[in-house]
Design a protein around this ligand. Structure first.
Ligand code: URA
Length: 233
């Protein structure tokens, strides 16, 4: 692979910034200053920028605590990818959260996995904390547990765990547009605060809004298992 592509993929800068870095002798390959942007590098080569080792990773996987106020589409700003430091530029959010929704969102450039995690066939469970106005009716749990019919989909039975008169956790299997807000609205309570706390087996843990971590190998393997992604694609 060309050195400038290697560095650009790893988020070191734009192609023209990288060319300048190379001209300024800031990039070394196996200890020698790189002289040309188009020089070829191989997996066993040691590439450094200002003494920082730049390891090439084809796929990257992040778990981010999306703060409210950020878009989960890259077409608008501020968006969740802007919170990642040094991530590959092709890392994208897996699915959407509304701008005013906070909580767990995965980001990756592994398009196959992202696609499968979002596939309705896979029914990956997602749990949301919701605060509503007015209160959540007494019979909400029974209503959520039945299929609810909307214009564009019918929900699979969802599990509701009440916290208080106006707060609870709802676990759904789909990821339809405004799904949770629409489900609460349908039982007579409007969501005023929404936070995704769980995606499959993944939770936010100790992360604060705006913080993220990379997924561990076992977690990636488990996600692939959950989504039916085969290793040899
Ligand atoms: N359901 C919603 O209504 N909004 C979200 O952001 C996610 C699920």
């Amino acid at each position: 692979m060309r050195l400038d592509k290697y560095l650009a993929d790893m988020g070191a800068g734009t192609r023209s910034e990288i060319k300048k870095m190379i001209r300024d002798r800031r990039v070394t390959v196996n200890g020698n200053p790189a002289l040309k942007a188009d020089m070829k590098v191989f997996p066993e080569d040691l590439v450094k920028l200002d003494d920082e080792v730049i390891t090439y990773s084809e796929y990257e996987y992040y778990l981010l605590y999306k703060p409210s106020g950020y878009y989960s589409t890259v077409d608008y700003s501020p968006n969740v990818t802007e919170l990642l430091v040094n991530a590959r530029k092709d890392v994208m959010p897996v699915g959407r959260l509304d701008k005013d929704t906070e909580g767990l969102i995965l980001l990756t450039n592994d398009g196959t996995l992202a696609h499968r995690l979002l596939s309705p066939k896979n029914h990956v469970e997602k749990t949301y904390y919701a605060k509503t106005e007015p209160d959540i009716p007494e019979d909400a749990a029974e209503k959520f547990a039945e299929p609810m019919r909307f214009e564009d989909f019918t929900s699979l039975p969802a599990k509701f765990e009440r916290i208080s008169s106006d707060e609870g956790y709802l676990t759904v299997h789909e990821g339809k547009y405004h799904q949770v807000k629409r489900m609460f609205h349908a039982v007579g309570a409007d969501v005023i605060h929404l936070k995704r706390t769980r995606f499959g087996f993944l939770t936010l843990g100790d992360l604060e809004p705006g913080q993220y971590r990379t997924l561990q190998e076992e977690e990636i393997a488990k996600l692939k298992e959950l989504s039916g992604t085969k290793e040899n694609r």
